[in-house]
Write a protein that binds this ligand. Structure first.
Ligand code: FAD
Length: 138
């Protein structure tokens, strides 16, 4: 089976509380483990930036479900690539937001707040990879 990595960003339709984010992550982690999907989610400035990795069909179907979710809209796919080994395999859905490391990484990208619409594919992937090593507990 072919494996892929899909990275997209979207805008939250309202400010997300910690409880909102926890509810998204609880469901995501539960579902993803059954689907063999892993990934990483970042949230700031009403932007979500998410990587989904797994079998092509499973990732495609999940992405279509996710973008139907009324908690966000304006989703834009940043990249979609075949992969040999998932980078985020240790996390059914990792999460990072608002930490000192998060801000430091954004500074390196010349951003004061997360603005994924201004990131290249390579910058977005490298940001997600770095944040996976410095996650926020929710
Ligand atoms: P149901 O809970 O029956 O949902 C029915 C519908 O209601 C769906 O359209 C759902 O999106 C919507 N919904 C559910 N909860 C709420 C709520 N609190 N407020 C408003 N609408 C709601 N799910 C995953 O499985 N894996 C992921 O990696 C993942 N990542 C996500 C990333 C983001 C940024 C967001 C916003 C959501 C994510 N989700 C993820 C959640 C996903 O969109 C679905 O809510 C989830 O898969 C359950 O959908 P369902 O149709 O099976 O269940």
């Amino acid at each position: 089976m072919r494996q892929v990595r899909l990275i997209y960003y979207s805008r939250a339709t309202r400010d997300m509380s910690l409880a909102d984010l926890k509810s998204i992550l609880d469901v995501a982690r539960d579902n993803n483990s059954g689907l063999g999907i892993c990934g990483m989610l970042c949230y700031e400035n009403r932007y979500f930036l998410q990587a989904l990795e797994g079998e092509r069909e499973a990732v495609n179907e999940l992405y279509l479900d996710i973008i139907d979710d009324p908690r966000h809209d304006e989703a834009v796919i940043l990249s979609y690539d075949e992969i040999d080994t998932p980078i985020f395999r240790d996390w059914t859905m990792g999460y990072a937001a608002g930490s000192a490391h998060f801000s430091a990484m954004l500074n390196e990208l010349k951003q004061a707040e997360l603005e994924p619409d201004k990131l290249s594919q390579a910058q977005a992937l490298s940001f997600l990879k770095s944040m996976a090593k410095h996650q926020t507990q929710v």
